[in-house]
Design a protein around this ligand. Sequence first.
Ligand code: FES
Ligand code: FES
Length: 206
Amino acid sequence: MTRKRKAEPSTGPGSSRREFLSRSLAAGAGAAVLGAGGAGRADATPDPPAAPPESVRLTLRVNGRPRTFDADTRTSLLDALRENLGLTGTKKGCDQGACGACTVLVDGRRTLSCLTVAGMYTGREITTIEGLAAGDRLHPVQQAFAEHDGFQCGFCTSGQIMSAVGLLSENPRVPDAEIPELMSGNLCRCAAYPNIVAAIADARGR
Ligand code: FES
Ligand code: FES
């Protein structure tokens, strides 16, 4: 008598093999899909950069007269002076507030123009090195720097002079001993410090 073979239960070895193969194929297909998707993302064209802010029209009062120009809203006061207004006497050294080469006066106060946004200064009085002399007559601090050789290469000099003018305005009787500390934000790579201090001390009385 032939015994009928019992049907394999769904959990039997044959079924497990089929299930494993099915799962493997499904997983492989999924991985392929994911792989294709991932590659697609990697090759995708990156989003275009955000549109730059629109330029704005600014009017700054510089060296006693209004100057109007168009500039990116992020333009620093230093770049506005040098690039937009052509006042290149103000120097760009570190461009991060560490050297003092970019010092100008805003309402008579020493200001690092590289750290400030030009648009913040509408309606303020900005003075640069170009605005110190009265015609052919040098400002007393300029004159003192010339007489005391308060420079070598000259790169830091406009910032030193503007800072000295601001210092003597803040404290017209500043003691000699305090000058180096109060000028410490202005670096001089030529190390002309003794002559710079002597010039400021001399200009103090003029
Ligand atoms: S350029 Fe502004 S502090 Fe150096
Ligand atoms: S004179 Fe050269 S950096 Fe000061």
